[in-house]
Ligand binder design. Structure first.
Ligand code: PHE
Length: 445
């Protein structure tokens, strides 16, 4: 068997999966999606999606990678030899590739803000600042390229030295800072309005597209449907518990999203700004918050730096899927595969970055290139891949595949009732609830 690098420690595995999950999806996308989709109702559907669809799909992706220890395409071939199921790995590959493109643009904005705060601050009018930044082609493309370059460097260092080390140190720091910010927001004058917006569902906000948006966000935030988790699980050590990893990651990921909501919405209602501002949301709200915070000019660059690292641990995971597939399929060296992935990302990322300036008239469904990619990946491709995973693991493989992988026989013997129940619930969710929910949402559009 070919030697496959593994994570050095169990903590490393959890930290790395969490590093992929926790990123701009939590701090940038979640609040703006929640703002545009009516707050509390969106939150409710989002949490239900994590529980009923996200966790079973997550466990299945992990189980596929962990049991085969191969990258997506080979893993599917091994589990279902002689069939065409492995073609679905293309969907995962595509979703990782497109996500990397638009994600690096947003990470570039974060980097630009980090730089701005180090040098001179963002100024009074954050909306104008943001607009100026995204509509200046050179700035937008330049920062996207810088992010992809950084990403390339970490990738080249390899799994253990690069990915794992960066993750383990910076993620806990971001978490602590977010807790401090959220607690501080609770004492702002409009804290109550902000929290009411976040947590009070209203019937009128429910619509098929809102439900799709919330479900898409659940996929996006847990890095599902792109074979990212499948790839990472192929590097796990045998003793790593998939159940513990997925539960911990889902909890931490939801906690960070919640913290950013609790931090941002009270601030938005206190300092003013548009709830449904879309992608610019945090870039407009955060400068207002930092301007009103004692020591804000010092905290701001630290915050943007940590957010940039959180973004990088996610871009690394998207690239890793592509690199591992290209490496194994084409028998290329890691170096060559990494260069190829970075070049493709540079081209697609530049197109996204330019869609706010030179290419702003290229639109589809009323969205620019950036918007189309973001929507198509998180709301269409990822849930579609989720459907595939439910079908593959829930119906196509042996009925006991998932429980056999997630519970080693020693655990099953030690806790027969508990493991039996969890396995039955997971199987039920995976076979019926998750696919039916995804299908229902797709069909009601
Ligand atoms: N889950 C990441 C986030 O929330 C984004 C991501 C999507 C990462 C898909 C990998 C694959 O920021």
């Amino acid at each position: 068997m070919a030697k496959r690098s593994t994570f050095a420690t169990r903590f490393g595995a959890i930290a790395t999966v969490a590093g992929s999950a926790i990123g701009l999806g939590n701090v940038w996308r979640f609040p703006y999606e929640m703002g545009s989709n009516g707050g509390g109702s969106y939150f409710l559907v989002y949490v239900l999606s994590i529980l009923l669809i996200g966790i079973p799909v997550m466990l299945s992706e992990l189980a596929i990678g962990y049991s085969t220890r191969k990258s997506a395409n080979k893993a599917l071939r091994e589990l279902s030899p002689g069939t065409r199921w492995h073609y679905f790995s293309l969907g995962g590959f595509l979703s990782a590739m497109l996500t990397l493109a638009f994600y690096s643009v947003v990470a570039g904005w974060i980097m630009a803000y980090f730089g701005a705060y180090l040098l001179e601050g963002v100024g009074q009018d954050s909306t104008a600042y943001f607009q100026h930044m995204v509509s200046t082609p050179l700035t937008a493309v330049g920062f996207t390229m810088l992010v992809l370059l950084l990403n390339h460097i970490v990738l080249r260092l390899g799994v253990r030295q690069g990915v794992e080390r960066v993750n383990g140190v910076l993620m806990p720091l971001l978490f602590v800072l977010m807790i401090i910010f959220a607690v501080r927001s609770l004492f702002l004058p409009a804290a109550r309005e902000g929290l009411t917006f976040m947590f009070r569902p209203s019937l009128s906000a429910f619509s098929p597209s809102m439900v799709l948006n919330a479900m898409g966000q659940a996929f996006f935030t847990l890095s599902l449907g792109g074979f990212v988790l499948e790839t990472y699980a192929s590097y796990f050590r045998p003793e790593t518990s998939l159940v513990r990893t997925s539960l911990l990651v889902a909890i931490m990921d939801t906690a960070v999203a919640l913290l950013s909501g609790v931090f941002l919405f009270p601030a938005l209602f206190t300092y003013g700004g548009e709830v449904a501002a879309g992608p610019p949301f945090i870039f407009e709200v955060l400068p207002r918050v930092f301007a009103s915070m004692p020591g804000g000019e010092i905290i701001a660059p630290v915050f943007f730096f940590l957010l940039l690292s959180a973004a990088l641990t996610s871009t690394i995971s998207m690239s890793e899927v592509q690199v591992s597939v290209v490496e194994e399929q084409r028998h290329w060296s890691r170096r060559r595969a990494t260069i190829w992935v970075t070049l493709v990302a540079l081209v697609l990322g530049s197109l996204c970055a330019l869609s706010f300036s030179v290419l702003s008239s290229c639109t589809l469904w009323g969205r620019n290139i950036f918007g189309v990619m973001e929507y198509a990946v998180s709301n269409l491709l990822m849930p579609f891949m989720g459907l595939f995973i439910c079908w593959f693991v829930g119906w196509h493989l042996q009925p006991d595949f998932l429980s056999d992988i997630i519970f080693p026989s020693a655990t099953r013997q030690k806790y027969p009732r508990l493991t039996g129940r969890v396995a039955a619930v997971m199987r039920f969710l995976l076979r019926y609830i998750a696919p039916l929910c995804i299908l229902a949402v797709f069909m009601s559009l």
